[in-house]
Ligand binder design. Structure first.
Ligand code: ARG
Length: 461
């Protein structure tokens, strides 16, 4: 007969269909090491509270050690009848130390406070891993920015040529966004640094157990302030899912540019062979699959977040079984990032930039028109007039099929009395770049500082 944790009140075990629905070992088994750590900490507070003798505690810890070794070696795995990781490990402990001793561990704890704690522990571990992998992408961007310092490219708005920028400036823009994602993980970690163990099912424990001691034992700074909140809230999971989704979305924006840049039409970059794929039919193909998968996985992570928030919406306090649905989306987000980010940083680090092409395209599309307008402003011309005059230059060039720097001195005077040959000083990419020298601007001196700042951030990480 099926064994369950609530035998006393029931005449028989659960129906097969209920058991199949209820089961979560296929996804929560990954929490086994954390469940065992929780059990050790719990055994110690039971002992401190006088509910386990020295002998009991020693036997319990020894049994948990043996169980852990069997879990790690794969000798102990969830059985068909085990509902979740907690049930399976309780069975494993009882099999090793007997019912009398093994049956004492459940006092004063519930799977509700257990799972809320273990989930936090697991996420905190992986937040560190994910942060490290995001920093690897930042490192790849910073490396490319460093290597190409001084190279100009077309800066775009609306995907149209806007103003020339340094390639390094553009790459670092992505780096700063990702560094904020790392900051978000750290801020999240500080908020999640509280243990719900000891909250029991929802109301706390009557057995004189010290939640602060368990919290410290499990590497948390503190215990949660409220046992209902401790067992019922999953905002930590939702926030983690948000940061994961945000990270993937930030990565997808780089990905989309790489896809474009690798086209024949752009020809800004060539992907390294080891980070591109071929076609089974078209022998010439070299496809940006890493970038495309990054773009695609971002949608998946947004879905994980949306699914989790939908589970949580309008859920009454305290624990409801709906909460068992909290884990798969977040585990999926972690698994996805942990496989995506290493490939992505490798792809970025091995991109070859076609700097001659980037440079030659940088001023195209009349990208220096703003420089004419701003030059006029520096000569005392009101911006409204300056904008008109620069626009007239563009119109003139467009109709004659020439570029702004092809305009003659006579052309300038004809277009406006304010335009003198001196305006040529800004009609070069180098002049345009150098003039944007305020903090955060694309002037080479500023970008060099920015690069150093990004490097410092990486070194601190
Ligand atoms: N496996 C459950 C979860 O992930 C924990 C068990 C709580 N079950 C219960 N009937 N109170 O949320």
């Amino acid at each position: 007969p099926r064994v369950s944790l609530w035998g006393g009140r029931f005449a028989g075990g659960p129906d097969q269909a209920l058991a199949a629905l209820s089961k979560s070992t296929h996804f929560d088994w990954r929490l086994a090491p954390h469940d065992l750590a929780g059990s050790r900490a719990h055994a110690r507070v039971l002992h401190s509270a006088g509910l386990l003798s020295d002998e009991h505690l020693a036997g319990m810890l020894e049994g948990l050690d043996r169980l852990e070794a069997d879990v790690l070696s794969g000798d102990f795995t969830p059985a068909e009848d085990d509902e979740d990781v907690h049930t399976a490990l309780e069975r494993g402990l009882i099999e090793r130390v007997g019912t009398d001793l093994g049956g004492r561990l459940r006092a004063g704890r519930s799977r509700n406070d257990q799972v809320a704690t273990l989930f936090r522990m697991y996420l905190r571990e992986h937040a560190r891993v994910v942060a490290g992998l995001v920093l690897d992408v930042v490192d790849a961007l910073v490396g490319q920015a460093d290597e190409h310092l001084g190279v100009a490219m077309p800066g775009r708005t609306h995907l149209q040529h806007a103003q020339p920028v340094l390639l390094s400036h553009h790459l670092l823009a992505h780096a700063w966004a990702l560094l904020r994602d790392v900051d978000r993980l750290r801020d999240w970690d500080a908020r999640t640094d509280a243990s719900p163990y000891g909250s029991g099912a929802l109301a706390g424990s009557s057995l004189g157990l010290d939640p602060e001691a368990v919290a410290r034992d499990l590497g948390f700074a503190r215990a949660v302030e409220n046992s209902i909140d401790g067992t019922a809230s999953r905002d930590f999971a939702a926030e983690f899912a948000f940061v994961s989704a945000m990270t993937a979305v930030d990565v997808s924006r780089i990905a989309e540019e790489v896809v474009l840049w690798a086209t024949k039409e752009f020809s800004f970059v060539t992907l390294h062979d080891s980070y591109s794929t071929g076609s089974s039919i078209m022998p010439q193909k070299k496809n940006p699959d890493v970038a495309e998968l990054a773009r695609g996985k971002a949608g998946r992570l947004v879905g994980d977040l949306a699914g989790l928030l939908t589970t949580l919406k309008a859920l009454p306090l305290a624990y409801n079984r709906d909460l068992q649905e909290d884990k798969e989306p977040v585990f999926d987000a972690i698994d996805t990032l942990e496989v995506l980010l290493p490939a992505f940083s490798g792809m970025v680090a091995t991109l070859t930039f076609h700097t001659d092409r980037l440079e030659s395209l940088a001023p195209q599309g009349f990208a220096l028109a703003t420089d004419i307008a701003e030059w006029l402003v520096r000569q005392g011309v009101p911006f409204r007039v300056a904008h008109e005059v620069a626009g007239a230059c563009v119109r003139e060039c467009e109709s004659r099929g020439i570029e702004l720097w092809d305009l003659t001195d006579e052309d300038f005077t004809r277009i406006s009395e304010h335009l003198t040959p001196d305006v040529r000083s800004v009609l070069s990419v180098a002049g345009s770049l150098a003039s944007r020298d305020a903090v955060g601007g694309t002037a080479p001196v500023r970008v060099a500082e920015q690069l150093a700042a990004a490097r410092d951030r990486l070194a601190d990480a």
